[in-house]
Design a protein around this ligand. Structure first.
Ligand SMILES: N[C@@H](CCC(=O)N[C@@H](CS)C(=O)NCC(=O)O)C(=O)O
Length: 168
């Protein structure tokens, strides 16, 4: 059984964001930033495609994940599966864990989103937008020839988009 205890709200977790990488005692946050950091620290094999055209595509899809796909997934998740967390643990327990959060505004926002009734209009709108972005991604695979976002080389956007695909 998964034991969810909001341990990322402990003060030692610092920024309280998942994922956080601690390397040489220093925390690195934001998943795309972590992937790029690891590529710089461990450059072999490289995780950036060669040449300005493919590099531009790489950046485009990393941004697409951050600016659109991740946000849509948050809307969909909080209106569906995340509400199961409220049922599973109870709001009293979640509120108790949330008191450890260093950013109380964020903690309150989380509690509100997890306990409010599902906004089915927001779900329908997010689903429609998500479909549009995933069709665009499909098209990118067709144009690059696959099997990866930028063609034959596995690179940073493949890592960034994996979480989105997993959550879908
Ligand atoms: N775009 C960021 C998002 C990080 C993020 O929002 N993580 C969530 C879990 S998916 C979190 O830690 N939430 C706890 C909070 O905001 O207090 C990334 O990819 O690293």
């Amino acid at each position: 059984m998964t034991t969810y205890k909001s341990d990322h709200y402990q003060p030692e977790y610092q920024d309280s964001l998942v994922p956080t990488l601690v390397h040489d005692g220093r925390p690195v946050i934001q998943s795309s930033n972590i992937a790029e950091y690891l590529d710089e620290v461990f450059p072999d094999p490289p995780l950036k495609p060669e040449g300005p055209v493919l590099r531009a595509q790489m950046r485009e899809w990393m941004k697409e994940e951050e600016e659109f796909l991740f946000r849509l997934i948050v809307t969909l998740s909080f209106n569906t599966m995340m509400k199961m967390r409220a049922a599973a643990y109870g709001m009293d327990q979640l509120a108790q864990w949330s008191r450890r959060h260093p950013d109380q505004a964020r903690a309150q926002d989380y509690l509100e989103r997890i306990s409010s009734p599902a906004d089915l209009d927001a779900v329908a709108a997010a689903e429609k937008k998500l479909r549009w972005h995933m069709e665009r991604l499909d098209n990118q695979f067709r144009q690059s020839g696959g099997p990866w976002v930028c063609g034959g080389v596995f690179s940073l956007p493949d890592i960034c988009l994996a979480g989105v695909v997993d959550r879908i």
